[in-house]
Design a protein around this ligand. Structure first.
Ligand code: PEP
Ligand code: MN
Length: 341
């Protein structure tokens, strides 16, 4: 049972309510986010009406699913992530994130920012802490790289999404980041998720390498129940028996996640297929599947990229993608009657 509480409850009301619910036989988990307060009541077969009438209770929802706070069954309006300066994601606001796999240096950042401004893209991706399968691969420029990244983006109203790998990095990264990305390999790092639940900046959770949809929602539930409602879900491909491409981009996940959760869903076609010449098609397919945004790897010179060059679009290819996305998004807005075949 999900119990939504009135805002700013007097101490006495909330103590009495808690005691009453314990009396009724519930085991309770308290959740306090930046904007709301909840109690999650664990225990079967209680009478929901008796709870709804208790002082301090705004709404009660009987939810059978394990992941309650992220469920669309009680929060009917889709969540909108507001990054400031008019950059919104969700509920009809398309979030386009583009940039290199890794931040490599000042010139690269500058050129990418110019490319994004030219194309009206407001969010830049770029890793500075890189999870690499081999310890001998380029592991990122670290916090110094992030400061460079921030300086160039802040001056131009571009928002930053970058991966956080460890709890210890959260505090030092905080002021330079607009969205914390949790990578596929950390998708079930529950301690990291709890710490990100205590920050007030959005978190984008990538699906685990072999993660199920339920597990991705459970990871989001960790963040929400620790206090942070600003969550984006990302389908980035899963590992299957198929080895003709890097991962299997599971676009089925998009409508299913959107049906089950109120959180925005982002598609990452770059890691999803891992083959540059097919990224654009899969990006467009992601939009048709209902994605609220895309995260795409773009590099000024993919052949020379220090990581994931094989799946990075160059600036011209990226421009074509943005143009096609605009056409597709406009089409999506039209009613079916208007489109004649
Ligand atoms: C990335 O975005 O560059 C990345 C490492 O992604 P993932 O965690 O999905 O592999
Ligand atoms: Mn990458």
């Amino acid at each position: 049972m999900l119990i939504e509480l009135e805002n700013n409850l007097p101490e006495k009301v909330s103590v009495d309510l808690y005691a009453k619910l314990l009396d009724l036989g519930f085991r309770l988990t308290e959740v306090k986010t930046q904007s709301s307060s909840f109690l999650i009541g664990h225990g079967e077969g209680r009478d929901i009406r008796s709870v709804g009438l208790l002082p301090g209770v705004k709404n009660v929802y009987e939810l059978s699913e394990p992941n309650k706070l992220v469920s669309s069954k009680w929060r009917l309006d889709p969540t909108v992530i507001d990054l400031g300066e008019g950059v919104l994601i969700g509920n009809g606001n398309f979030g386009m994130m583009a940039g290199p796999c890794s931040i490599e240096g000042e010139k690269q950042i500058e050129h990418t920012v110019e490319h994004l401004i030219k194309n009206n893209v407001r969010i830049m991706r770029g890793g500075v802490f890189k999870p690499r399968s081999s310890p001998y691969s380029f592991r990122g420029l670290g916090l110094e790289g992030l400061k460079m990244f921030f300086a160039a983006c802040q001056a131009n109203g571009i928002k930053i999404i970058t991966e956080v790998m460890q709890i210890e990095q959260v505090e030092s990264m905080y002021k330079y980041v607009d969205i914390f990305q949790v990578g596929a390999r950390n998708s079930q790092n529950f301690n990291l998720l709890e710490v990100l639940g205590r920050v007030d900046k959005p978190v984008m959770l990538k699906r685990g390498l072999s993660g199920t949809i339920e597990e991705l929602l459970a990871s989001a539930e960790y963040v929400f129940s620790s206090g942070n409602e600003k969550i984006l879900l990302c389908e980035r491909g899963i590992r299957t028996y198929e080895n003709a491409y890097r991962n299997t981009l599971d676009l089925n996940a998009v409508p299913i996640l959107k049906e089950r959760s109120h959180l925005p869903v982002i598609v990452d076609p770059s890691h999803g297929i891992g083959i540059r010449k097919h990224v654009e098609r899969m990006a467009l397919a992601g939009v048709m599947a209902g994605a609220d945004g895309l995260i795409v790897e773009v590099h000024e010179n993919p052949e020379k990229a220090l990581s994931d060059g094989q799946q990075s679009l160059n600036f011209d290819e990226a421009e074509r993608l943005y143009q096609n996305l605009r056409i597709l998004n406009t089409m999506n807005l039209k009613s079916e009657e208007e489109i004649v075949f």
